[in-house]
Design a binder for this molecule. Sequence first.
Ligand SMILES: [Zn+2]
Length: 467
Amino acid sequence: MSRPRAERTLLKDHWVVDPVSRRAGVATIEVHSGKVARLEWRDGVVEARRAFIEGAEPGPKDPKRLVLPALVDLHAHFRQPGAGASEDVASGEAAAAHGGYGAVALMPNSEPAADHPALLRELTRTTAPRGVTLMPIAAATLGRAGRTLAPMAELAAAGAVAFSDDGNPIADPALFRSALITAGALDLPLIEHCEDPALTQGGEAADGLVATALGLRPWPAAGEISAVARNIALLRDAIRDEPRARLHLTHLSTDAALDAVRAARAEGLPITCDITPHHLSLTDAWIAGDQRWAWEYSEQHQASLTPTADAYNTNLRVCPPLRDASDAAACRAALRDGTASAIATDHAPHSREKKEVEFGLAANGIAGIETALSTLLAAHAAGEFPLSLVAALLTTGPAAVLNQPALARGLAVGGPANLVVADLSATWVPSRKTLIGRSINTPLLGKTLTGAVLLTLLNGEVAWKAE
Ligand SMILES: [Zn+2]
């Protein structure tokens, strides 16, 4: 596509939140020649700083148009090469722009796996027509098979921003330790999907009341916790050999695993973790057809376990599985207290063939890059997160995990105009019509979401604009 030139864009009196300069409030932004040419805070800079720190929200008379720096995703699957029927770089990039994203790190779960420098170069050479920055995460082991380390130095030279065998946790502890040390020596993080397959084999839903009521094979919380505990122990050991080793645990989903990370961080270990939009906002009760946000449960109002006509929706099959309201609450608490520092979409598009099957046979994954911001804004509207935290978790947080400060330059005057404008009061319904990714495997289909992306500008040009 050829992008319409937006020589000059004026965003007058919007609610602007910039986690880089740590300012928030009503401001006017002028974009000119691809850059932020002017940024004026209505109540002055000092007040904007105070508003950010205090988590100020737009009042009844304030504008409902929100401006954030363009979002950063540290974990997405664009399925190229290998599964173009589900997604490719072009369709994934379009979906990202619709979601308000300006930079996306791509997991190496392609076919073949991204374990070869030529494949990474191919990916970075693929020009993203909408201007989204695409960053390859390279496989940590050849073929993501967990037997031999990938040529990590060459992969780093070819542009890898991290290493991961996502989906295939590195089972061999010695190999995991070597991967941590080698990645650390290259000053790159190792990103690990924490799962012990000996405990989770065949698991279809979180071990608990919903799985029992629906007759689904259980995926126990221990399957995540034991892997997290082992990986922390190996990190503690590895940093004695390579102090630059860094471990990032992706899509954590259980209270106990997050507690382990909290303790490891308190100990000073170089460990970070992220949470997906779905694990903080949905519960396993959705599989029974009870479609409430996770924060809508109270002691008095527990999940309904009687399957409705919407039960067994395979768009809810995801790994790790959706859990109960208390684990989802623990995910949100971890984001609030800094234990988890980023939202990662784990955008995992799957074609209809892979989802229109029996629940236990469906491919794992949710296509979530187009609904992440709306989901976070729903949590914000429910009082779960201030906008200043939402902004940080979607921009500076993931950029810091990837050690890519250039991705999070905020809204500084003279800097590139990479920003997203959302309407906090507008509603939209995810559907085949409104989603633009190739696959629409999201459980949010048909649900009315409040907070819609109106405009994504990348280097001042329109990457996505609502009609
Ligand atoms: Zn994963």
